[in-house]
Design a protein around this ligand. Structure first.
Ligand code: BGC
Length: 733
């Protein structure tokens, strides 16, 4: 929990009173290492030149050999830098020494980094991990990542990513916990607790950074950085709740999003930053812009120049400039001209110094030698957690004729370039892993002692190898085809207009199926895919996402039934791309989707997703019965009997949804309000209890006020958002 003692608050105030304006603005300036010399264009452009073929790798190498990495040492010494993006503990200590021992006031630096799903030990991408519906697991992976990164000098995670995302074309769906505000909220609270909760020693916690504030996930047409326009009620009910809950859980920092919201970029938006975050929610930490976003307000056409961008951002409550150097260049002038009040600067700097104080950086600025990068190989405790998270995230989408689990004596043809790749297990936004720690699916099958041959055959961007396909079809009793997306096809700046399997992978599946052998499709991807064809033709489909360093072992354990699939979808899968955005919790319409033409549907594809939110099969089946809803003073107490009707033990994720049938504004057809896990042996029945607090049955109106309205509510309980039992209750609050 981010909170300062009175003594710490006094120290911060003392320090602030000694600072010059230049030093204060220095705290509001975040830098990253820049490349100087060698070439006269920014490094980003050099990389683009390699990618689009303007220069060869050889020329790139020559350029890079002539460059110097600038860590802004002189500026740090002059007190002109408050934080940096670095992840090398020795470099962090070296720079910290300059800040702590050579700058006038000795204010330590903060080192921020994108630790989205693990640091050295990489866990599943968030869209996968969220599907475990296990808040304890969310917190444990965060805590482990915090310790690992702090041993590398990183004390500030640009995570968790809390963007509710409902359009699978958007590449960043992989970084967040899905489409549902309630689940994202549970994820948010657990991640803050995991990152910040263990304050027994400075090396055990980091500052969380809630991002991207706000509504970035609603970017129009799923295109990254795109515009967002929505009613305030939608903002309050769907996009703000995870941030609000994480602020209440004590998150130390927030990152503003790139998008504009109803015409005002979130970088300089006084409504979201000042009125809601800092005033209404009383957020005590600081806000950082997204990379270069202050300068980019010029591109939004909302400010004329950098001076104006800096002035408006600071006045709106943006405390730290990530990398655009606008504050560094123009804020002093804006204060001196009176356009940015000194009080705005003081408030920002007090917030920044407070977070540094809370992190223990004034007393412990350095990474101690004894905890510095302590592992040559990852400790077992870390890889065990990575395996647990990975195997529990896997979602079984289809399993005809009980093809899965496979038997150990079956001969397997393992197919697909992705199956042999170590680096493709990692997922978007992981940068501190080592290849030697990654277990590919091929490695996983080998370690599991499977009888198999590997045939790469085809990948997301490579051609079909006919010879290998023929051999694969001939060898196995069963074919396991690993298909999907490369890591760089999801994440930032990776929107796709067509979310079917990329390249020739569908053709590959067709050819494999033509052999008449049973085919299992193992999907490796960072977003929901449009799998209409695959769902109709491939008998077994296992959604494995990008599962992190232990991916291969996790997939092998699920394939062979050592672990029954437990994961659920946290994003609806459309039948075809044209259905995006698609989500279960849509507002009620006057003509709900149905069979007849004049309903809310597509002529060609109807209205239902291929696989709904909350969906996931396993190696047994479950039945629901005896749903009962009892009203108590302040809550509804809900019980349901869940029976394992098959012959394998497995874990069921019991989901509770609510519908407010009549309200003063249109409400969703269903909203997730709770969930529970039931671990059931074959034939076993358990009565599962869930609770819905009456105070959580309301909704926000356009003005941000919260309404609890009397009337009929429907309570749904089931194993996914579509297949539920239902009870109606009449509630008078
Ligand atoms: C991303 C952020 C990230 C930042 C720093 C930006 O491009 O949008 O999510 O934290 O870069 O790496």
């Amino acid at each position: 929990m981010y909170r300062l003692t009175e003594a710490q608050k006094t120290k911060v105030k003392d320090l602030l009173s000694q600072m010059t304006l230049e030093e204060k603005i220095g705290q509001m300036n975040q830098e990253s290492m820049s490349i100087v010399g060698g070439f006269n264009v920014p490094i980003g452009e050099v990389v683009e030149m390699v990618e689009d073929g303007r220069i060869s790798m050889e020329e790139f190498g020559k350029i890079m050999s002539g460059v110097h990495q600038d860590y802004h040492e002189d500026e740090i010494r002059a007190g002109q830098v408050g934080s940096l993006m670095v992840q090398d503990p020795r470099k962090c200590n070296e720079l910290q020494k300059i800040a702590a021992e050579e700058s006038r006031l000795g204010i330590p630096l903060m080192f921020g980094f994108d630790v989205i799903h693990g640091f050295r030990t990489v866990y599943p991408v968030a869209i996968a991990e969220a599907g475990t519906f296990d808040t304890d697991l969310f917190a444990r992976t965060a805590r482990m990542a915090a310790k690992e990164s702090r041993a590398h000098g990183v004390d500030w995670h640009f995570a968790p990513m809390l963007d509710v995302a409902r359009d699978a074309r958007w590449g960043r769906v992989s970084e967040g916990p899905g489409e549902d505000p309630y689940l994202v909220t549970q994820f948010a609270k657990a991640k803050v607790e995991g990152l910040q909760g263990d304050m027994s020693a400075p090396e055990n916690y980091v500052a969380a950074c809630l991002k991207h504030y706000v509504a970035y996930g609603a970017c129009e047409s799923g295109k990254d950085y795109n515009t967002v326009s929505m009613a305030n009620s939608m903002l309050y009910n769907t996009y703000l709740p995870p941030f609000k809950a994480a602020v209440e859980a004590g998150a130390a920092t927030v990152m503003a999003s790139f998008n504009d919201l109803n015409g005002v970029p979130c970088t300089l938006n006084p409504f979201t930053l000042r009125s809601i975050l800092k005033e209404r929610w009383n957020f005590p930490g600081f806000v950082v812009s997204d990379a270069d976003a202050i300068r980019e307000c010029i591109n939004h056409g909302i400010v004329a120049d950098k001076y104006d961008a800096g002035k408006q951002s600071a006045n709106a409550g943006m405390d730290v400039d990530m990398g655009s150097q606008v504050y560094k260049q123009y804020l002093q002038q804006a204060v001196e001209s009176g356009e940015v009040p000194m009080a705005v600067i003081d408030e920002a700097v007090e917030r920044i110094l407070s977070v540094k104080m809370w992190l223990g950086l004034f007393d412990h600025p350095y990474v101690p030698e004894e905890i510095m990068d302590p592992y040559e190989t990852l400790p077992k405790e870390h890889t065990d957690l990575a395996l647990e998270a990975a195997e529990r995230s896997i979602v079984l989408l289809k399993n005809e004729n009980g093809i899965l689990p496979l038997k150990k004596d079956q001969k397997i043809s393992l197919v697909g370039q992705l199956a042999g790749s170590k680096e493709e297990v990692i997922g978007a936004w992981a940068m501190s892993w080592e290849e030697k720690d990654c277990v590919s699916i091929q490695d996983g099958l080998e370690k599991a002692g499977a009888t198999f041959q590997y045939y790469p055959c085809c990948g997301p961007e490579t051609d079909l190898n006919e010879e290998e396909i023929v051999a694969a079809c001939a060898y196995g009793d069963v074919i396991v085809a690993v298909v999907g997306e490369l890591v760089n096809m999801s994440g930032e700046a990776s929107s796709r207009a067509d979310i079917t399997l990329p390249g020739k992978q569908r053709e590959l599946l067709e050819k494999l199926l033509a052999s008449g052998k049973p085919v299992v499709a193992v999907l490796m991807n960072g977003r929901p895919l449009a799998l209409k064809w695959e769902a109709a033709h491939v008998p077994a489909i296992l959604e494995c996402w990008h599962l992190g360093v232990q991916m291969g072992n996790a997939v092998a354990r699920v394939l062979f039934g050592n672990k029954a699939p437990e994961g659920r979808l946290v994003s609806s899968f459309p039948v075809v791309t044209g259905m995006c955005p698609i989500y279960y919790s849509h507002p009620s319409t006057g003509r709900p989707g149905g069979r007849s033409k004049f309903t809310s549907r597509y002529l060609d594809e109807g209205f239902e997703p291929l696989y709904p939110f909350g969906y996931g099969l396993t190696y047994t089946s479950f039945a629901y019965d005896q749903l009962a809803v009892q009203e108590a003073d302040d809550a509804l107490c809900i019980t349901v009997d869940v029976t394992n009707t098959g012959n394998k033990a497995a874990v069921e994720t019991v989901q509770m949804y609510m519908q407010d049938v009549t309200a003063s504004i249109v409400r969703p057809v269903k909203e997730l309000k709770g969930f529970a896990k039931a671990d059931l042996m074959p034939g076993e029945t358990k009565t599962v209890s869930l609770r819905l607090n009456k105070k959580d049955m309301g909704f926000y109106l356009d003005d941000g006020s919260y309404a609890l309205e009397n009337g009929v509510f429907r309570i749904y309980v089931g194993g996914n958002s579509r297949d539920c039992l239902m009870q109606e209750v009449n509630i008078q609050f």
